[in-house]
Design a protein around this ligand. Structure first.
Ligand SMILES: NC(=O)c1ccc[n+]([C@@H]2O[C@H](COP(=O)([O-])OP(=O)(O)OC[C@H]3O[C@@H](n4cnc5c(N)ncnc54)[C@H](OP(=O)(O)O)[C@@H]3O)[C@@H](O)[C@H]2O)c1
Length: 238
């Protein structure tokens, strides 16, 4: 089985890749700036894994990456993990910042889903997983760009599902709350303990909580398609 992970140099991406590799998948993954981590991860997991540089902020680079894929490269599993928060207030001249956050978190992942789904359909199998965020449902001052981009990816995935389901291509958006990663620590700005104490469960998710969910869907242990599954720190999501 082949897997393609977009954003394998992320904390959550690495966790997913390690579990995919442990279950025998040959993994190709992308990174943006962290070539040394990508190289080290490739060497560590072996099994003909491959790391490719791809900047999701550059639509031409995404198009070129996708155009180079042939039917032989068709993955059985696609996981879109790369993402940026770039939190900022929503007032004032936000055009270019908004455009960048939406390109990285929504437009490029959606473009990749669309092309990979097209490759999966003739094979009558495939699993597409997009890592979104509960920020899509929990507005906060400063997270309009990030939350709306994740919401757009969830909504895009829902419609794509209707077009590909009869070809046995399944989709899932996984929307985590806080996960113990550098992204969370950057957000917390040293207030990690206070934030965690304020959560209903008084704990945050681990990378493997997300990776376990990805693997359960890949194996078919979770029988669904087209939904967004929230993984929370106890926040009720209706
Ligand atoms: N951590 C959390 O609390 C949390 C909660 C909910 C959802 N999520 C979501 O989970 C995913 C992974 O989060 P994480 O905490 O593991 O992230 P992370 O460690 O901060 O890593 C961010 C990833 O995004 C990649 N990236 C950044 N800008 C990029 C660009 N222009 N083009 C391509 N890739 C780019 C980075 O690549 P390089 O390092 O190679 O530059 C890296 O792989 C994200 O989509 C995030 O929104 C995280």
């Amino acid at each position: 089985m082949k897997a393609l992970v977009i954003g394998g140099s992320s904390a959550i991406g690495e966790g997913i890749i390690r579990q995919l590799a442990a279950e025998g998948h040959q993994v190709t993954f992308t990174y943006n700036s962290n070539a040394s981590k990508a190289e080290a991860l490739c060497q560590d997991i072996g099994n003909d894994s491959r790391a490719v540089q791809l900047n999701l902020a550059d639509p031409a680079a995404v198009d070129a990456f996708l155009a180079a894929l042939t039917a032989n490269d068709t993955p059985d599993v696609l996981v879109n993990v790369a993402g940026v928060t770039h939190d900022a207030l929503s007032v004032g001249s936000i055009g270019s910042a908004l455009s960048q956050v939406h390109t990285i978190n929504y437009l490029s992942p959606a473009t990749i889903c669309a092309r990979i789904a097209e490759l999966m359909m003739p094979k009558r199998q495939g699993a597409i997983i997009n890592i979104t965020s509960i920020a899509s449902r929990f507005p906060r001052a400063g997270n309009a760009a990030y939350g709306s981009a994740k919401a757009a990816l969830e909504r895009f995935t829902a419609s794509l599902t209707l077009e590909v389901a009869r070809f046995k291509v399944r989709t899932l958006c996984i929307a985590p709350a806080f996960v113990d990663t550098p992204m969370f620590r950057e957000f917390a700005k040293g207030q990690d303990k206070e934030i965690i104490r304020s959560l209903p469960l008084r704990e945050i998710l681990a990378v493997d909580d997300v990776a376990n969910t990805v693997m359960a869907f890949v194996r078919g242990d979770i029988k669904t398609t087209g939904i967004t599954l929230a993984l929370t720190n106890g926040q009720p999501v209706l």
